[in-house]
Design a protein around this ligand. Structure first.
Ligand SMILES: [Zn+2]
Length: 441
């Protein structure tokens, strides 16, 4: 009997298997039904991968969807600094509404899916007192849940103990409104004591609501911003190993050797995932240096060598802090491996782990179902290259993206269009920023 499947992918290299062989992959319902050298039978949809690489899709583990795509509103950031960005955002924030957020998120998630990212962990600013950001992002998470998975972190942008009568309560309210994770920003508190108190508060809250922790930690070039050690201590004390992510940690780029020697084993013991944001870190850090300028990105290969999990975030796309980006995690990875000098030949074949398996581990939910293997959820991307090396050389969108057994992106059109399957129909996603045409140069 000739089998019939929903989708059959032919002649694919599969990441994690020997690259001197190609395979056929059959998908039935939302699962990978079969992987074999040659599959008899046919699919309702047949895709010839022509030897290209199939990988599980990507994660964006640190992203600010509340500010996404606001670039130029009310004005552009001319210095390119974090501080000018904060000033612009303070003005833009006044105009936030749930609808404004949801409509921008809609385009941002289409970009992500078109470029092969199916999971985004986003931050919602809880010091914005109406909690419009939390309401907007929780609503977007629900509206787009058949298209992409979003986790919302309650993120106290201006600190927790900076306004002790209000900010802790806003964090709690954010969780009541449906936020998934507890955030923190200890390096933005007024003092070291307040920073420690804010971390303790975050862990108490996480325990009370049984939530994971996803902090902005030590996002500064100041090497004595040492909040990560406190996060590690409380992770162990609360038994939260494997449930804590520390974003940015740019201070760790500047740690001295004696401190590194002491702290790295502690972070490993606590099972904390470090989440650098290479595009934004290389752009915003090192701003107090003349030349030579520090790179200001967490030392990825050093963490990995010490048995510490590392995943990556895009952080921003076209907002007051970062004017570029189109939701392509390969751009993020490309920057990461250059900044941290991870272009050794064997390293190139491990790089994709930073936006796939390492991230899946920190995301936790569905981890056992992640990967291109028989019986697992049919989530995969067909990338534009024969191996990891081509993928990182050639870059650009994948040819196809499949989510839970459904083809959700097809970028093979003759016009190089990005096409996504959104709310039951195919549509072209416009990647161009037309307002830039008006710029006087
Ligand atoms: Zn961030």
């Amino acid at each position: 009997m000739v089998e019939k499947y929903d989708i059959v992918i032919r002649n694919a290299r599969i990441r994690g298997r020997p690259y001197d062989k190609t395979f056929d992959i059959a998908i039935e319902g939302d699962r990978i039904a079969k992987i074999a050298d040659k599959i008899e039978g046919h699919g309702g949809t047949e895709i010839d991968a022509k030897g290209r690489l199939v990988s599980p899709p990507f994660f964006d583990m640190h992203f600010h969807l509340d500010s996404v795509l606001t670039v130029g509103d009310p004005r552009f950031n001319e210095s390119g600094t974090l501080w000018e960005g904060i000033e612009i955002w303070a003005e833009r924030k006044k105009k936030l509404s749930v609808d404004d957020i949801v409509s921008r998120v809609e385009l941002a998630v289409k970009y992500h899916v078109a470029y092969g990212t199916l999971w985004i962990r986003t931050h919602a600013d809880t010091t914005e007192k109406t909690l419009t950001t939390v309401k907007g992002l929780v609503k977007a998470r629900e509206l787009f849940k058949d298209f992409i998975d979003i986790q919302v972190t309650a993120f106290p942008q201006d600190g927790i103990m900076t306004e002790p009568d209000e900010h802790p309560e806003l964090m709690r309210k954010a969780l009541e409104l449906g936020a998934d994770n507890v955030g923190m920003i200890p390096h933005n508190e007024y003092t070291r004591e307040d920073a420690v108190e804010s971390i303790k508060f975050a862990f108490e809250l996480a325990k009370e609501y049984n939530k994971d922790i996803d902090g902005h930690v030590d996002e500064t070039d100041d090497p004595i911003s040492r909040n990560l050690e406190v996060v590690a201590k409380y992770t162990l004390r609360y038994g939260w190993q494997g449930r804590v992510a520390a974003g940015h940690v740019t201070a760790s780029h500047s740690w001295d050797a004696a401190y590194r020697y002491r702290i790295l084993p502690l972070i490993r013991k606590a099972g904390i995932t470090i989440v650098p944001n290479p595009l934004i870190n290389i752009h915003l850090q090192g701003r107090f240096d003349f030349y030579p300028k520090r790179r200001g990105m967490a030392p990825i290969s050093l963490y990995l060598k010490n048995g510490i999990n590392v995943a990556l975030g895009h952080d921003c796309i076209m907002d007051p802090w970062y004017p570029l980006g189109v939701g392509d995690m390969l751009q993020v990875l490309f920057m990461a491996i250059h900044v941290d000098q991870m272009l050794g030949w064997t390293d190139l074949f491990k790089a994709l782990d930073l936006i796939t398996y390492n991230a899946a581990k920190a995301w936790r939910k569905g981890y056992e179902d992640y990967g291109v293997e028989e019986g697992k959820k049919a989530n995969l991307v067909i990338l534009n290259g024969l191996t990891d090396v081509d993928v990182l050389r050639i870059m650009g969108p994948p040819l196809y993206v499949i989510r839970n057994g459904t083809l959700v992106a097809d970028n093979t059109g003759p016009e190089r269009e990005l096409k996504v399957f959104f709310k039951g129909k195919w549509e072209v996603v416009n990647p161009y920023y037309e307002k830039a045409i008006e710029t006087k140069i």
